[in-house]
Ligand binder design. Structure first.
Ligand code: ZN
Length: 131
């Protein structure tokens, strides 16, 4: 993650016995992950923005079926969490959101939950499995 909030991500998928790597980036404050080429990673981490001369495609598909509020990065999800907790303080809205977690179906989504962390093994593993 860049200090301005921009982030990059790499995923690996086993395809015909070989790992196929994909690279993604999101600019600060944006809700849109972009698929980029590998050499775009260094540019984003250095400049905090996408290389305007490099090809990038918006990622619109998702395997998330959670039907929950979602944020594209942990940093943005934590801001949602702050807002939800403030709202809870101002008028008691029942359940209080406790933490954010990465969607088990889509690494580009973060959700909030009112449940405490169950274990440290709850880490995100879904996409690491070959498909
Ligand atoms: Zn989800």
């Amino acid at each position: 993650m860049h200090k301005n909030g921009a982030a990059v991500m790499c995923t690996a998928r086993l395809k015909a016995g070989r790992w196929e790597l994909s690279y993604y980036a999101i600019e600060a404050g944006s809700a849109q992950w972009m698929r980029i080429r590998r050499n775009g990673l260094a540019y984003l981490l250095e400049h905090g923005a996408l290389d305007p001369s490099a090809p990038a495609g918006a990622v619109r598909d998702t395997k998330c079926t959670c039907r929950k509020v979602h944020a594209p990065t942990e940093a943005q999800a934590l801001r949602f969490l702050d807002r939800a907790r403030l709202k809870h303080l101002l008028r008691d809205t029942g359940k209080v959101e406790e933490r954010v977690y990465r969607c088990p179906a889509d690494a580009r989504r973060w959700h909030m939950t009112s449940q405490a962390q169950r274990s440290t093994k709850e880490a995100w593993t879904a996409v690491a499995r070959p498909q």
